[in-house]
Ligand binder design. Sequence first.
Ligand code: ZN
Length: 462
Amino acid sequence: MIIKKVCFTLFFTIVLSSSFLAQNVIDSACIHTKIYSLASTEMQGREAGTLGGDIAKNYILDFLKSVKADKNTYLQKVPLVQIYNGKCYFFNKKDTLKENIDFYIAQKKTAKLLPLELKNNKIILLEFSSNWKNNLNKFKGKWIQFSFSDKRDKRIEELIQQKEYFIQNGILGLIISIPIETQSTFFSESKKTYLSQDLSYENFPVILINNNRFEQFLKRNKKISFTHKNTQFVNGFNIYTIFPGIKSTGNKTVLSAHYDHLGSNQRGVYYGADDNASGTAALMCIAHQIKKLENTAQQNEEDIVIAWWTAEEKGLLGSSYFTQNPPFDIQKINAVINVDMIGRYDTNYNPPNNYIYVIGSNFISNQLHLINEEVNNNGEKLILDYIYNLYDHPEDLFQRSDQYNFHLQGIPSIFFFSGFHSDYHTIYDTPDKIDAKKASKIASHIYNLTLNLSKTKNQIVR
Ligand SMILES: [Zn+2]
């Protein structure tokens, strides 16, 4: 009996020790150099649909080529439309009213709406009353204006929501004049970007306008045209590379990070070293490491997809486009691991400290949560902090990065994030402030987790 027992113990020990994972596989120097390149002046803040975004895209592609991971690498074109504010106007030669300063178009996505002719004598000012719908047919072919003295008046929303009545009665457009402050910070964004497939093509404009400015404007101008000529169609690109599994059944573990950032403006370049050159660099170094496993005993069993999203900063647009136009069956995705900002510390922790916020791992399947915990216990032993791990957390962290689009498709998703800092979304998010050692530990854990999720036995049951 005793020998058998020893044998058993020995066997047990072997199995157990083999389940310990290699530590710090992802080299901090690899991450360091890539963050410096991605967050360089040359890349101009990597804004989607700009030259800087394109340079960043090519930098990732060139790297994949250099480590011979380009064979299964794909680009997904993401058609975007940029709508510039402040250049769309009611105009009559010199006299202009500027969008988002003097007026505001209530529909969000109206690129194809205009130009429309709006002549002075065609605007009908109506008093708001409970029977405003009744006589609308008398004003066919005209614009209707309502004036309110309080911009929070609940009836404004009622009018906008019931615009079908105006359309049915042949009304050309609705002007709601309200006391919005000029130069309102509420409308201060200089440019908005949308997926062009999501544009609304309806032809009924609802315009909220500053009532004093509009009144003065009408006095000075007999004829008014309204144009919206500053939409620009551009392309962003999602990049993804597939590492086929040695026992592949078509299931895929997706590891992702957005590579775009805010671009640059008169304040300077938004380098986005933490947001999200850190995650972008981590995935590049992980891709290299996974490539090295090819034709070895450690090669992934199921497919691994590493994806870099565009236009995250514009509202998760790249990942939204990917889930709406998937190049493979996205229901075959085992889990999505998303990485956004892993290079800095927040005020809850002092450096050096190996914590990471983990969000969403148990939202769809607890199995993903348990695998993540186990991989960490056997590997990097990070502090897994769950303070943000609430679907309706006041900060809405889970909804604020690309994993959310996959979650909406019912795909188990886990989000790694190391917290906010005062340089978040400023020109001061620079590479010198990154702790590449910390980022490499987190990246090493993410590498271990990705490989583990590629195992046949670790396909998540939903
Ligand atoms: Zn951001």
